[in-house]
Design a protein around this ligand. Structure first.
Ligand SMILES: Nc1ncnc2c1ncn2[C@@H]1O[C@H](COP(=O)(O)OP(=O)(O)OP(=O)(O)O)[C@@H](O)[C@H]1O
Length: 521
């Protein structure tokens, strides 16, 4: 039954762009050691090249910001031609290539248009069938879930030793996103611009704590391979209510293009959590805020679509507990100084389709990537559940704030007698949008514990009960503080919210130190 409830809710995690059924919607700069863990589906490559290539992705914040309203598809430098199986720094690990990579045949025009994306990932377009055959030899594939555009699969190596290695690294999933070179109206399919943006942001966030570790990106063309198709069909059978994406064999042309993103398994999306304990809710909320604050500071990041399908959690340690340890709540004699981290959960923020960040390498300066979020321009969809309603309102809240900032910039230019330079309103860095989404998240977590506020885990000592009450109250105060304020009075950014949290004693210095330690791991 519980599962059925969960399935019912999933329908609301998607963007409503699609046939009115769906609703829209790392760690500190990678150390050489963690970089060395990069690998790809088929292995091969050299660790130093990975490090070199990661360096190229470093953002130079000391340059004058360059804002592109046109996504940077034409901007990527084309690297010197190299053999794809030998020179794919981001995508290659230490294992030998096991397959030949048959390339797909595409028209000259398409190849030309794809060049910038291909240069980003140092790849050529591979034949999807061949890609699938190679993958099927090595991995057992199961479909994990789907978004408005993508299907996401979990891959488990058939070889036991490799399965252990992959497990230790945090599991392996692939996100398969169909796309077209030309912009089309069909909202089931992404376009080249939007997948290129997603890849760029993914690469930028990869070294940052709390974002999906990217293990590789591939571009393929052709018919959906059997190994994924079987997993796709199985998901339709096991999740009839949530499996909405159309059967690719029926809808996709024979030369359909896909981007395949390899990532660590981020765990379970928050919508599946059921009734979180105070420890879980507290950690998920504050860790998400900290992850966002860190990314704001590093790359002027805004997520802009942080619904409860895009915040995932999993135990901090493999096979470790996914909540506070029972003995801790039973034996607690007084409230500890450090409250953060007791749930033993880590949080990963996924899905950067609508995100904004400074990306770019040396030759590009500070290039800004963002989505113009056209869908929410005039949309008045309300949503059915409380959670949907909050989600849709949040897109509009962010939109209205962006409009307001645009109007302010125009008025300021007029006042100065300067010419106003037109730019897309979403190109601006508006970190308040992160606070608006955190407002959604805290309300969502509190809603999930409805009736259980102040609830404590069975067996809790008096001190542990007091602590849990304090955690729920803190979240309630944050809810009132963020959601009860007009946008103007809200904290300016996730970082600003954390500063307030310290002032208000929602978090202690010791809590912040716990997160800093995680950043440094
Ligand atoms: N790295 C990951 N680890 C675990 N699960 C994941 C991962 N990436 C995606 N998923 C699962 O797949 C679902 C869909 O992925 P995602 O949100 O990235 O797709 P999308 O098509 O971009 O979605 P949206 O409709 O929000 O735009 C997620 O809600 C999540 O359950």
């Amino acid at each position: 039954m519980a599962d059925l409830d969960a399935l019912g809710e999933l329908k609301n995690q998607q963007r409503p762009t699609r046939r009115f059924e769906k609703t829209y919607g790392k760690k500190k700069p990678a150390m050489a050691q963690s970089r060395a863990m990069h690998f790809d589906l088929f292995g091969g490559g050299d660790e130093n090249k990975i490090v070199d290539e990661m360096e190229k992705l470093t953002i130079k914040n000391d340059r004058k910001e360059r804002v592109e309203s046109v996504p940077p598809v034409q901007e990527c430098p084309v690297p010197a031609k190299v053999h794809p199986t030998e020179h794919n720094p981001r995508l290659r690990g230490r294992r030998k290539a096991t397959t030949s990579k048959r390339m797909a045949t595409l028209t000259q025009d398409k190849m030309q248009a794809l060049k910038p994306l291909l240069s980003l990932v140092n790849q050529e377009v591979q034949d999807f069938q061949e890609f699938g055959r190679s993958m099927g030899k090595k991995y057992i594939c199961t479909k994990l879930g789907e978004g408005a555009f993508a299907d996401v699969f979990k891959l488990k190596p058939k070889d036991i030793d490799e399965a252990m290695q992959v497990y230790e690294r945090g599991g392996l999933v692939i996100k398969v996103i169909p796309f077209t070179v030309d912009k089309i109206d069909d909202d089931d399919i992404g376009d080249l611009e939007s997948v290129t943006r997603e890849v760029r942001i993914l690469q930028t966030l990869d070294p940052l704590h709390g974002f999906a570790r990217c293990r590789g990106v591939h571009v393929v063309s052709g018919k959906y391979p059997d190994v994924l198709l079987d997993a796709f069909q199985m998901f339709k059978t096991t999740h009839p209510l949530t499996a909405i994406n159309p059967d690719p064999t029926k809808t996709a042309p024979a030369d359909q293009l896909y981007v395949i993103i390899e990532m660590d398994d981020a765990g379970t999306p928050v919508w599946k959590i059921g009734r979180p304990s105070a420890f879980q809710a507290f950690d998920i909320f504050w860790k998400t805020a900290m992850v966002l604050a860190n990314a704001e500071e590093k790359v002027e990041f805004e997520h802009r679509d942080l619904h409860n399908g895009n915040v995932c959690y999993k135990p901090l340690k493999r096979n470790g507990p996914g909540d506070v340890i029972q003995a801790v709540v039973e034996d607690m004699l007084e409230e500890p100084e450090v409250t953060l981290g007791l749930s033993n959960l880590q949080v990963t923020v996924i899905d950067y389709t609508l995100a904004r960040a400074k990306v770019g390498n040396d030759s590009e300066g500070d290039l800004v990537v963002f989505d113009p979020i056209q869908y929410w321009e005039e949309n008045d969809a309300e949503g059915e559940s409380e959670s949907d309603k909050k989600q849709y309102d949040t897109y509009r809240k962010v939109r209205d704030w962006a409009r307001g900032e645009e109007a302010k910039a125009k008025a300021a230019a007029e006042l100065d007698g300067a010419e106003y330079e037109e730019r897309d309103k979403y190109s601006r860095f508006l970190p308040k949008s992160n606070v608006m989404w955190l407002g959604y998240l805290v309300a969502d977590l509190l809603m999930k514990s409805a009736g259980g506020r102040g609830a404590s885990l069975p067996g809790s000592s008096r001190a542990a009960k007091r602590l849990q009450l304090y955690m729920w109250r803190t979240l309630e105060e944050v809810d009132v503080y963020v959601n009860g304020s007009s946008p103007t009075l809200m904290p300016e950014s996730a970082g600003d919210l954390l500063a307030t949290a310290m002032e208000m004693k929602w978090l202690t210095l010791a809590d912040m130190a716990v997160f800093r330690e995680e950043l440094e791991e």
